[in-house]
Design a protein around this ligand. Structure first.
Ligand SMILES: Cc1ncc(COP(=O)(O)O)c(C=O)c1O
Length: 400
């Protein structure tokens, strides 16, 4: 037997290992095992190349293996990986200052966490301390994560129902100000909104609803917390989704793009919220660790230096124009909607088989959003040519 044959025969079946040990809660799409990425492209262990129009679930805004981001991580990994929050750390301080540069000025306090759901749970705790109220309003079709606090607000019943009783959450229809008005009574401490619902179908918020929600919160002593986990860091063509609507939220929750793909979450909040906090009110062992901070510092610097967010806005316009021109007249397509590089193609039937065909037949990765929507969340650095490859693949799988 040749050396190559010996090593092939000893090679573990990596997909099988993941399925056996990590399969309990996760449904996988196909057998491919991904091993390498560069820009908008991924390679599996057989060498097959895929166009990643998901940015690894909306996080790799700078694509994969951005050289400046990778170098910053490597340098920090060789310098200091762990430094607890009870000690000051140079990289964490520099990252906090950099994040403050891009945050709206009134959100001048930050808590560093590790994920989106953790940021959401922290934000809920802060709101509870400020208002001393337990009621929460979220919206139908919302998605806020899977921890027990975040899943209380996540709309999809299959994610939420098995874990009841949960927090005291009232779900109102998205973009329905009248229903929000009726639900927002003196028990409600916080209204939690996405400016574009991501997982729920790429539903774009209306200015009247979002601005009306802010006004109602102010009148009734509730806080407005915006979930910027998917919409933040340029996804919608601005730094934050709420900036399309001139909102002044009390709290925003961030994750996904904040570290350019490195796991990290954050909460930013205003002076009013800060007055209710005290040392020990919240904490996190890993939150703001030097490696994540180095990633965040480098990522935001790249967003600024390479005008990534301006590019995303431009690519978003191009993508919509090309999708509309190519797909809108197909019977199967009900609607194409979104903002910036956050795009949903709603079909008149379930999207799953088309998503699988895109991967298997065209090597193009896309996401679902709800059952009928194909969601595109490309890296913000995507080029017109790469978008066109995705559009042609969509044109190839969706019936004419
Ligand atoms: C809008 C929104 N909120 C919260 C979350 C949860 O983030 P995480 O998976 O990092 O906990 C997600 C994740 O997809 C999200 O899209």
């Amino acid at each position: 037997m040749s050396d190559a044959m010996v090593s092939a025969s000893l090679k573990p079946n990596l997909a099988e290992i993941e399925e056996r040990l990590l399969g309990g809660t996760t449904q996988r799409r196909g057998e491919a095992v991904f091993a390498r990425g560069e820009g908008c492209w991924l390679w599996d262990t057989t060498g097959k190349r895929y166009l990643d129009l998901t940015a690894a679930q909306g996080v790799a805004m700078l694509g994969h293996s951005h050289p400046v981001l990778s170098a910053a991580l490597a340098k920090q990994a060789q310098t200091l990986i762990a430094c607890p929050n009870f000690l000051y750390n140079d990289t964490r301080a520099l990252f906090a200052a950099k994040l403050a540069e891009v945050l709206p000025a009134h959100l001048n306090h930050i808590f560093l966490a590790n994920s989106g759901a953790e940021a959401i749970d922290g934000g809920l705790k802060f709101a509870r301390l400020v208002t001393e109220r337990t009621g929460i309003i979220a919206t139908m079709r919302s998605f806020h994560g899977r921890t027990i606090g975040a899943v209380s607000m996540t709309w999809e019943p299959k994610y939420r129902k098995p874990f009841e009783p949960l927090l005291d959450v009232t779900h109102v229809p998205y973009n329905n100000l009248e229903k929000l008005d009726a639900a927002l009574d003196e028990r409600i401490g916080v209204v939690v909104l996405e400016t574009v619902q991501g997982e729920g179908g790429v539903n774009v918020g209306e200015a009247e609803f979002l601005q009306g929600a802010e006004k109602l919160c102010r009148e009734r002593g509730a806080l407005l917390m915006i979930d910027e986990i998917q919409t933040g860091f340029g996804r919608t063509g601005k730094w934050f989704g709420h900036q399309h609507f001139d909102l002044q939220p009390d709290i925003i929750c961030m994750a996904k793009g904040i570290g350019g793909g490195f796991p990290m979450g954050a909460i930013a909040y205003n002076d009013h919220v800060n007055t209710a906090l005290y040392q020990g009110a919240h904490g996190s062992t890993f939150g703001g660790n030097p490696l994540a901070s180095a990633a965040g510092l480098a990522a935001i610097q790249i967003y600024q230096d390479e005008k990534v967010i301006e590019h995303a806005a431009e690519m978003g316009e191009l993508l919509f124009a090309r999708l509309n021109a190519t797909l809108l007249d197909r019977m199967i397509v009900r609607e194409i909607r979104g903002t910036g590089l956050m795009v949903g193609i709603e079909l008149r039937e379930k999207a799953g088989r088309y998503i699988k065909m895109l991967m298997d037949d065209y090597g193009v990765l896309v996401l679902p959003a709800g059952s009928n929507v194909i969601r595109l969340l490309p890296p913000l650095i995507v080029t017109p040519d790469e978008l066109e490859i995705g559009i042609q693949a969509l044109a190839g799988v969706l019936p004419a």
